[in-house]
Ligand binder design. Structure first.
Ligand SMILES: Cc1ncc(COP(=O)(O)O)c(C=O)c1O
Length: 410
């Protein structure tokens, strides 16, 4: 079965928007995806009928809010194929989830221990580790990329052979090149060398099936808003035995078992890592997004993604003066986006012109300065795809892109 695009699009109210009478063409789903009506309805209904604070009262609404929050956890558990619900920790976003690992797992590391990253990483999977380096003297090693943007796994083997690697923190899908590193292989090699693996699934989460048991990853982080859910909610999956040995992250209400004036005892999982009032409506929205997406098969989602990528790639390749970054051929290990640079035209100027025509592209370094430095540029333009994008939208975008380029060469 293929995706019924007209029906899918009709479920996203924002796609009806007009920008100065131009139809909205949204190619920025890697930044945040649009939300189907089902997500909007679920959040509104929660506030209209069930709103209270979760895990904090005996009255009927408190009970409903608690059930709604914990049902969302179970939905995420099922979605990630995790063994246990308490391995799912709710956070504010993917960034906070990675920070949790860096702070709490990181606190078990000492000077001389090594964390391995790759040049594909988003700043969210770089800064927490740089902070750990500054605070604890932990060393960082970087896996380089080849000329097509793929990881040089020979370097990973060299680092692992040093015997000091405690963790590999790696993206499942580059938010610039779309490249997907061979995670199963990386995890196998890491575990053989006694290292843990934390996966940044921010981009891959909406494009491929995520099975944490099949990956056998130790941690995995993502944000709800890139999965057609709301902002304000993220997830950290962690293996129970690891989460249990880690100290709590933030301190506050509900993350405790017992509090005295001179000490406290942390709660069991998952509350130990969930201090303060939680994003309950956002969890309800995330559950609705997962439910909404479950009506499609990952195979169909991937096939649609591939068609969009191949079509955009073939058209962009023919534009004189435009260089596609990363892989020069679409392959199975690429998904979600294409980035490019144009000789003599700054991405900000280009996307400003296209934006006025209703076409939303992202310009800048996309929170990947080390990657852009490696590519020898300061900024690029990114076209990223969601389940609702069409081939007609790609054709309109390329036509307007050529028109915009012509205005610069006049
Ligand atoms: C690969 C990658 N990792 C992490 C993040 C951070 O996500 P968030 O800003 O939702 O925390 C992003 C956001 O674009 C991303 O693309």
């Amino acid at each position: 079965m293929t995706l019924h695009l007209q029906r899918i699009r009709s479920e996203f109210p924002i796609l009806e928007e007009r920008i100065d009478s131009h139809p909205l063409i949204y190619f920025d789903s890697a930044a945040t995806a649009q939300k189907p009506q089902m997500v909007l309805d679920a959040m509104r209904s929660y506030f209209e009928h069930d709103n209270a604070n979760a895990h904090r009262g005996m009255h009927v609404l408190a009970e409903r809010a608690t059930v709604a929050f914990e049902d969302a956890r179970k939905a995420v558990q099922k979605f990630l194929h995790a063994k246990r619900a308490e391995e799912i920790i709710f956070t504010k976003n993917c960034t906070e989830a990675i920070n949790l690992v860096a702070r709490c797992f990181g606190s078990t590391l000492t000077e001389g221990d090594t964390v391995v990253l790759s040049l594909l990483e988003h700043h969210s999977n770089i800064i927490p580790w740089l902070q750990l380096m500054e605070e604890r003297g932990v060393e960082l090693r970087w896996i380089d990329i080849d000329e097509e943007g793929r990881l040089r796994l020979d370097q990973l083997d060299q680092y692992l052979a040093e015997g000091t690697v405690k963790l590999i923190a790696i993206t499942a899908q580059s938010n610039v090149l779309g490249v997907r590193p061979p995670l199963k292989e990386i995890i196998k090699r890491a575990h053989a060398a006694g290292a843990k693996v934390c996966i940044d699934a921010a981009q891959s989460i909406a494009h491929e099936k995520t099975d944490v048991q099949e990956f056998d990853c130790d941690f995995l982080a993502f944000s709800g808003h890139k999965l057609y859910g709301p902002t304000g909610i993220g997830v950290l999956y962690g293996k129970k035995e690891l989460l249990e040995t880690m100290p709590p992250f933030l301190g506050g209400g509900m993350m405790i078992r017992d509090v005295h004036t001179d000490h406290f005892l942390a709660a069991d999982l998952p509350q130990k890592f969930e201090a303060g009032s939680q994003p309950i409506a956002e969890a309800v929205g995330l559950r609705a997004a997962i439910k909404w997406l479950a009506q499609f098969s990952w195979q169909d989602i991937a096939a649609h993604d591939r068609l969009l990528l191949e079509t955009a790639f073939a058209s962009l390749k023919k534009v004189p003066g435009l260089t596609i970054l990363g892989p020069q051929k679409i392959a199975d290990d690429i998904a979600g986006c294409i980035s490019f640079a144009i000789e003599g035209i700054h991405p900000h100027d280009l996307t400003d012109i296209l934006g006025k025509k209703g076409i939303c592209l992202r310009a800048g370094h996309h929170c990947t300065q080390p990657l852009h430095r490696k590519l020898g540029i300061v900024a690029s333009t990114r076209m990223s795809f969601g389940i609702y994008n069409t081939l007609d939208e790609i054709a309109s975008c390329i036509k307007e892109l050529k028109g915009a380029m012509a205005t610069f060469t006049k």
